[in-house]
Write a protein that binds this ligand. Structure first.
Ligand code: GDP
Length: 453
């Protein structure tokens, strides 16, 4: 396998930059491009040791630098690795990288260091995926989730299910292979109950997928309400800037805008839409159609009402559109309202929040309600939460195969059918952890990485 090199720090000016070289010839290359002050030769240095000196190219000093040596298998990639830390200049770090390439290294592809770590058994595929999640985490919750994934929480959860499947497959195989021996026939009730346990565990695992998505991407929320109740004002209050046009002419918000919004440690992916009003205006109708689609997809609906005006027929239409959706009632313009929240609205929602989008009252309560609704469940990152679409799809395919195995068993088919289907389920789960994954999937996973990681 080739020896690869890349600048592992961002391409920007900074305190230091790190050029990482990994592969069989890492130390041979380091000998050529790094000269220590003390006379230490990189290829003779022990693992986990450093030397101070200079990065050089064709005998010319490029910069002062520190070289760190990691010996196979005790490195990030599992290969011999040399890391040169130099001053954090864009030009100087590129020159050192060029020196490494001249000396025989190949430029690393996106994610190639982590890909090698995965291929050398240093981490599972789910752990490798978590590396990118740790890098892109921008809240304490997201980081803790990414760390659990990186520490192998999902891997352990899925491996536990695979072990159960393998146990069942083992007893089925023993019985099928040695029918004359004294191996007891697989008891149908025991088999059925093992299959149900596996099914249950898969269902539970899949149900964590939504939570994983919400932690990573935020809660997708859509703001709806009849014209003029203050949707745009609320959107702007939440996003902290003037993004959509606020006017007092009904029907001026025609498109849907998305904004990633932070409310304390709650992240919202917020959609401001034209409302669900039926209209003859063609352009506005497009907005209304988008609003309906968003309504279907959103994790939560923020349904806005004008607390200063009372409930209209249009508001009632809106309420009818909400059945079955997780929704929060926002009773806006409370700065102008006198009375309490109308009962017919209150009855509709689990939570109703009196607000003034104009002066910001009620915002903290909204944050608390969202926090309780989405983050205070029993799911914790340590239990193993599915972190992305790829993992979710593998788990769903495994569940489908297990359910077919249960159907085959219940309809009295041969145990061979059950075996084949369980085998298939195990394969999908091995895809998930990366133990049997195809080259194509590995390719997909690692192209999302940055070069140098
Ligand atoms: P939309 O059509 O639902 O998007 O409503 P807008 O956000 O455009 O607001 C319509 C009008 O109501 C504007 O004149 C806003 O300034 C006003 N408005 C919005 N929220 C409040 C509020 O909380 N209190 C008061 N007094 N006026 C508000």
């Amino acid at each position: 396998m080739s020896t690869i090199a890349a600048i592992s720090t961002p391409h920007a000016e900074g305190g230091i930059a790190v050029i990482r070289i990994s592969g069989e010839k890492a130390f041979e290359i380091a000998d050529k491009i790094f000269k220590s002050v003390s006379g230490k030769i990189p290829s003779e240095m022990q693992g986990y040791t450093c030397a101070f000196g200079h990065a050089v190219r064709n005998g010319e000093i490029l910069d002062e630098a520190v070289l760190t040596v990691f010996r196979c298998p005790h490195s990030y990639t599992g290969e011999n690795t040399a890391e040169i830390s130099c001053h954090g200049g864009i030009y100087v770090s590129r020159e050192i990288l060029r020196a490494a390439l001249d000396a025989g290294a190949e430029p690393a592809q996106a994610g190639e260091f982590t890909r090698r770590a995965f291929q050398n058994g240093k981490m599972s595929l789910t752990q490798a995926e978590a590396v990118m999640d740790v890098i892109s985490a921008d809240s304490a919750r997201e980081l803790s989730f990414a760390r659990s994934l990186h520490e192998g929480a999902v891997y352990r959860r899925i491996t536990g299910i695979i072990e159960k499947i393998v146990q069942v497959l083992g007893s089925l195989a023993a019985w099928a292979d040695y029918p004359e021996d004294d191996i007891p026939e697989v008891e149908p009730e025991i088999l059925r109950s093992s299959l149900s346990t596996i099914q249950h565990e898969l269902v539970e695992t899949i149900s964590t997928g939504d939570y994983g998505r919400i932690i990573k991407d935020g809660i997708s929320a859509v703001i709806i309400g009849r014209p003029n109740v203050g949707k745009s004002t609320l959107f702007n209050l939440l996003s902290g800037c003037e993004r959509s046009i606020v006017t007092n002419i009904a029907g001026t918000t025609r498109d849907a805008l998305e904004e990633r919004v932070r409310l304390g440690d709650v992240t919202l992916r917020l959609w401001d839409t034209a409302g669900l009003r039926e209209t003859d205006d063609v352009i506005e109708q497009i907005g209304v159609n988008i609003a309906r689609e968003r309504l279907e997809e959103a994790d939560v609906v923020l349904a806005v009402f004008d607390g200063s005006e009372g409930i209209s027929e249009e508001d009632n239409d809106l309420l009818r559109n909400l059945s079955g959706k997780k929704a929060i009632g926002i009773i806006n313009k409370m700065d102008r309202a006198e009375g309490a929240i109308p009962e017919e609205v209150q009855a509709y929602f689990e939570k109703c929040i009196p607000m003034s989008a104009k002066d910001g009252t009620g915002l903290e309560e909204l944050r608390k309600v969202l926090e309780e609704m989405f983050y205070s469940g029993e799911v914790t990152p340590e239990m193993g939460i599915l972190a992305n679409e790829r993992q979710l799809r593998c788990a769903q395919a495994a569940l489908k195969a297990v359910e077919e195995a249960i159907n085959a068993h219940d309809s009295g088919e041969f145990l061979d059918a059950v075996t084949v289907l369980l085998d298939e389920a195990a394969e999908h789960l091995l895809d998930l952890t990366g133990e049997r994954v195809s080259e194509k999937v590995v390719e997909d996973v690692f192209t999302r990485f940055c070069v140098g990681k």
